[in-house]
Design a protein around this ligand. Structure first.
Ligand code: NAD
Length: 353
């Protein structure tokens, strides 16, 4: 089935259809393709409208809007972050998003993005690690074994060649869940009792915890020379994962500095502390890892262009699959100015019926 020809009918990808699409493409294959789509958009970074995301904070969480446009398409994501949700059996992060046509302003796609966010975050992490981590990285520590964890592990396997993942979470049930989900997927999975144990022998350390506070998941003495840290969980003002001393000796790579300085690990540093934008490493405009012994840090917060890339990728991948419903969500009268007349005709039809 092709996408609707009447522009007023908007293809909608439900959670169920997103899962079917992911399984149809293959989980790892989709993250490889997503990383390619994101990298292609990072290469044309200057073409995008960019703004830090619009955040509405409460004591227990945040709701954010993440818009961007490349002049042809416009995309935005609605996303929340509520670490306490887990205790009520709810997700910490949920999301949905829209892709629209800049020429008409009409939406082209409405999509679930909770699963898509996990996929795109993992794809972005692995893309950054491909450019920054030691080239012989085979072992990753995965600290925080919640909803994002398996995606992170599999993207690092598919894109960076990780062979072993060492799991740690303050909640052993999360580690058991993660280990069970990763069983039989081609990774050596080692559950660990402490974060110190998890990072033993790891060239990549991913932190992906959720707590609305300045947490110290890694202290300075835990991080040896030459490792790459993929810090995913610190993504809000007052919500970080790394001790400041690690930042002071690391080469720091970010998505969009005006947003990361508010939300990332670097909120702990002076506003002019030097950082490198990842897109510049990818285009060759800035160097990546400076030496084998350097600690590199990808201070990930998640940026709108990654969601835009993911929505465009999904829109293209959807063609011919039939894995969508058509939503009648744009009022589009046959005669363009007769919006009221459309309502009158519906009124008359309802009287007859
Ligand atoms: P989740 O609630 O499902 O999992 C978080 C896990 O962290 C839980 O299992 C919890 O027990 C564990 N944890 C909390 N404190 C810990 C500690 N001190 N040591 C070890 N483990 C600890 O959340 P999730 O959906 O997996 O998201 C994880 C984090 O990633 C969140 O903070 C979220 O906001 C962030 N996130 C970032 C991006 C991005 O693009 N950077 C995208 C999505 C999510």
């Amino acid at each position: 089935m092709s996408l609707p020809s009447r522009t007023a009918l908007v293809p909608f990808i439900s959670v169920d259809n997103m899962m079917r699409l992911v399984l149809h493409v293959g989980i790892e294959q989709m993250m490889v393709e997503l990383a390619e789509a994101i990298e292609a958009d990072f290469r044309r970074w200057p073409q995008f409208d960019k703004t830090p995301r619009v955040a509405s904070h409460s004591d227990i969480g945040v709701i954010e809007l993440m818009p961007t446009s490349d002049g042809q398409h416009y995309g935005f994501k609605y996303v929340n972050g509520h670490p306490a949700n887990m205790r009520q059996g709810l997700q910490t992060v949920t999301a949905f998003g829209v892709l629209a046509d800049v020429a008409t302003g009409y939406p082209l796609l409405l999509s679930e993005m909770t699963i898509l966010t996990a996929l795109r975050t993992a794809a972005t992490s692995a893309m950054a690690a491909k450019w920054l981590a030691p080239c012989d990285s085979r072992v990753m520590a995965m600290i925080g074994n919640g909803a994002q964890a398996e995606f992170q592990a599999l993207a690092m396997k598919a894109i960076c060649g990780i062979e072993e993942v060492r799991l740690y979470d303050i909640d052993p049930a999360a580690t058991r869940k993660c280990a069970a989900n990763l069983a039989g997927r081609g990774l050596r999975v080692t559950p660990c009792a402490t974060a110190e144990d998890a990072i033993l022998g790891a060239q990549i350390i991913t932190t992906c915890t959720a707590d609305k506070q300045y947490a110290t998941i890694l202290t300075d003495n835990m991080v040896g020379g030459g490792v790459h840290i993929n810090a995913v969980g610190g993504d809000c003002p007052g919500k970080t994962e790394l001790h400041r001393d690690i930042l002071l000796r690391a080469g720091i790579f970010v998505e969009y500095p005006p947003q990361t300085r508010i939300e990332g690990e670097i909120q702990q540093l002076a506003p002019d502390h030097p950082v490198t934008e990842l897109w510049q490493v990818i285009t060759g405009a800035a160097p990546g890892r400076a030496s084998a012994g350097q600690v590199t840090l990808f201070d990930s917060v998640g940026f709108a262009i990654e969601d835009f890339s993911a929505l465009r990728y999904i829109h293209a991948r959807l063609q011919g699959t039939g894995l969508f419903q058509e939503l009648d969500m744009i009022a589009d009268p046959d005669e363009s100015r007769d919006l009221f007349g459309m309502l009158c005709r519906a009124e008359a039809a309802a009287r007859v019926a």
